[in-house]
Design a protein around this ligand. Structure first.
Ligand code: 1CP
Length: 333
């Protein structure tokens, strides 16, 4: 059993396993080198030779316990034939959402469109670097995908004014997403993903009263599906105010906390394995500060099943030697 799997079933490991969200990405010069020659991000995700190399790049450098497949949560709307583009200095830009068209998408066509993602997973799973480590497959939660599909761009500033206007559309899309997300999970697992993580990056946009309909119920269906396949499921409902409620209702095998969560209280409140928390901005400071802050998380969770990770993705400005320092520090703890 791998260190992450041991931690997820609540067993002790010598030191906490570690991997980092966005560990493959723009802070690595070897990634930027490939990215420069591949200006189309979706095409890069669909190039199984390159995406498998990129997935393994952080494992070549650091003693991490998992690789996360180089892909994107927005490959799902892409698979459903909604146009998805990544614009420089802007982020994702989606095309019109045509319910009629999406309702008619054939499962075989969907899988065919995303096939390179699955082939990439297969390639990575056959590589020696992943031995005794985990390969993390992932999806965006239905709510977060819905946000991008209806809003068409990042809701960083705000959701469009009439976002909730068309309840019929929202409910139909959530159902369609559930069906295709299951298919996407299934193919990732069949090709070698050994853990699934659900990213609900915009769960924090909702008021408490809307969480059951948009977050808890749609996510619970997927969590139960992953459990039925005997694969551990980690959830990251970024920004929700009450992580305990989320865990009690959705019941993931482990929960990733964001950097606004108080680690001391959450450690007392939640009895399932916890992952993450450290603010990625700490990696932009200095080694002394990084050591102090990382040690704080390690100390707080020393008697709780804990997977070291961040409270959001590695920032592009991060120096790789800071990541190196962090990984070594966790391994030596
Ligand atoms: O080079 C580039 O310009 C592309 C930057 C980039 C990268 C490296 C994007 C565009 N996506 C990714 C990869 C990615 N995205 C991974 C790969 C594996 C790894 O972590 O190393 C994963 C797991 C994701 C997941 C993802 N994509 C999330 C959930 C996590 C989170 O960051 O909250 C979200 C919200 C996205 C959408 C997305 N894709 C890319 C960007 C810049 C964004 C965010 C847009 C926004 O701010 O709303």
């Amino acid at each position: 059993m791998t260190p992450i799997q041991r931690t997820i079933i609540g067993k002790k490991t010598d030191n906490p396993p570690i991997w980092l969200m966005r560990q493959a990405g723009r802070y690595l010069p070897e990634f930027r080198e490939i990215r420069k020659k591949n200006p189309d991000f979706i095409n890069l995700c669909l190039n199984e030779n390159l995406s498998s190399v990129i997935t393994l790049q952080p494992l070549e450098r650091f003693e991490l316990d998992a690789a996360i497949i180089f892909s994107d949560i927005l490959m799902l709307p892409y698979g459903l034939d909604q146009e998805v583009k990544f614009k420089k200095n802007f982020g994702p830009q989606l095309g019109p959402l045509d319910l009629n068209r999406i309702s008619k998408i054939d499962e075989v066509d969907f899988v065919e469109k995303l096939y390179p993602v699955y082939k990439s997973i297969k390639k990575v799973s056959e590589n020696n670097l992943i031995k005794n480590k985990n390969l993390i497959g992932f999806i965006g939660a239905p709510w977060t995908l819905l946000v991008y599909m209806i809003n068409k761009h990042s809701p960083k500033k705000e959701l469009i004014k009439d976002f909730f206007k068309d309840e019929f559309l929202i409910n139909r899309i959530l159902k369609i997403l559930e069906k295709f997300l299951k298919l996407h999970i299934d193919h990732q697992i069949k090709n070698g993903a050994t853990i699934i993580q659900i990213f609900d990056s915009w769960a924090g946009l909702l008021k408490e009263k809307d969480l059951p309909n948009y977050v808890y119920i749609p996510t619970l269906n997927l969590v139960n599906y992953v459990k039925s396949l005997n694969i551990p499921i980690i959830c990251f409902p970024r920004g929700v105010k009450n992580y305990k409620n989320y865990c009690d209702i959705v019941k993931p095998d482990a929960i990733n906390i964001d950097y606004n969560v108080n680690p001391i209280s959450i450690c007392k409140e939640i009895n399932i394995p916890i992952q993450g928390g450290l603010d990625p901005k700490i990696l932009l400071t200095d080694k002394e500060n990084l050591k102090k802050e990382a040690k704080r998380y390690l100390d707080i969770f020393k008697d709780h099943p804990y997977i070291f990770n961040l409270g959001h993705g590695v920032l592009p400005q991060t120096e790789p030697n800071m990541v190196d320092y962090l990984v070594k520090m966790v391994k030596d703890y």
